[in-house]
Design a protein around this ligand. Structure first.
Ligand SMILES: Nc1ncnc2c1ncn2[C@@H]1O[C@H](COP(=O)(O)OP(=O)(O)OP(=O)(O)O)[C@@H](O)[C@H]1O
Length: 240
């Protein structure tokens, strides 16, 4: 049997008495890429933040590489690299300095900084201020940050939002590289072409519930790459 890396079991979440998630369960095995798809307000970010350990479920449980936040927060956090949907970078710091700062927080050797910058293709611009970077370059830096601790699970919130086709393609390649290296990935998107390009499994979330899920091939069998678009349109009543 494949090794389970992420196990979300009957997770509920309420914020200010509003129920956001209603009993969500999902599994991801080692080296698998899961796309969490849904329209605005479906609960994707809320779920990903809980998997990342930023907030906690109201009920239910989440395990990552056998660890739970309740039992050991430090060990749990070590299993996860988190790429938020947005991040305000410090003014004046270069890419290298920014990553070195995060490496210190993570207690990761400084030499890893150079390796991760090379992996995401930012070595040549490592001394430039991050505030001069394009959206695609900043996304790459956040990606490098998420990989610093060599996590079992990479959690990414809308990683390709606002990227032009060039950065989108190179992002897809990066995810393939980390998948081949054995990392498990869960990411949210409403861009079906991204899900189609990199996901092994697709999960559709609507109003805080999983309404459909399955291997990406199953959608291709229904209508080649259009299968995912059609599923999205049918479920959410508009185009992705
Ligand atoms: N801190 C919060 N306080 C109040 N309501 C919240 C909070 N966080 C999320 N919500 C609500 O929970 C619901 C789900 O939000 P969430 O950001 O998880 O959705 P999403 O699927 O990521 O949407 P999007 O694609 O627009 O980012 C929304 O109705 C949102 O207003």
């Amino acid at each position: 049997m494949s090794e389970s890396v992420l196990s979300v079991s009957d997770v509920h979440k309420s914020i200010n008495k509003q129920q956001i998630l209603h009993g969500v369960s999902l599994e991801a095995t080692k080296g698998h890429v899961v796309a969490l798809c849904g329209g605005n307000g479906a609960g994707k970010s809320t779920l990903l933040r809980m998997i990342a350990g930023v907030s906690q479920p109201t009920a239910g449980s989440i395990r990552v590489a056998g660890q739970s936040w309740k039992n050991n927060r430090k060990r749990y956090a070590e299993q996860i690299g988190y790429m938020p949907d947005d991040y305000l970078f410090s003014h004046g710091l270069s890419a290298e300095e920014t990553l070195a700062f995060w490496a210190t927080l993570r207690r990761v050797d400084k030499e890893v900084v150079g390796q991760k910058l090379a992996l995401v293709g930012l070595s040549e611009v490592r001394r430039k201020p991050v505030t001069s970077f394009s959206k695609g370059m900043r996304q790459r830096l956040l990606f490098a940050q998420a990989l610093l601790g060599n996590p079992a699970l990479l959690v990414m919130d809308e990683p390709t939002n606002g990227l032009d086709p060039y950065w989108m393609d190179s992002f897809v390649e990066l995810v393939r590289t980390v998948k081949d290296a054995g990392h498990t990935v869960i990411f949210s998107t409403h861009q079906m072409q991204v899900a189609d390009a990199i996901a092994d499994e697709v999960i559709f979330l609507k109003e805080g519930r999983i309404v459909q899920s399955g291997p990406v091939e199953a959608y291709r069998e229904v209508g080649d790459s259009l299968g995912l678009y059609k599923a999205f349109q049918t479920l959410f009543g508009y185009e992705a």
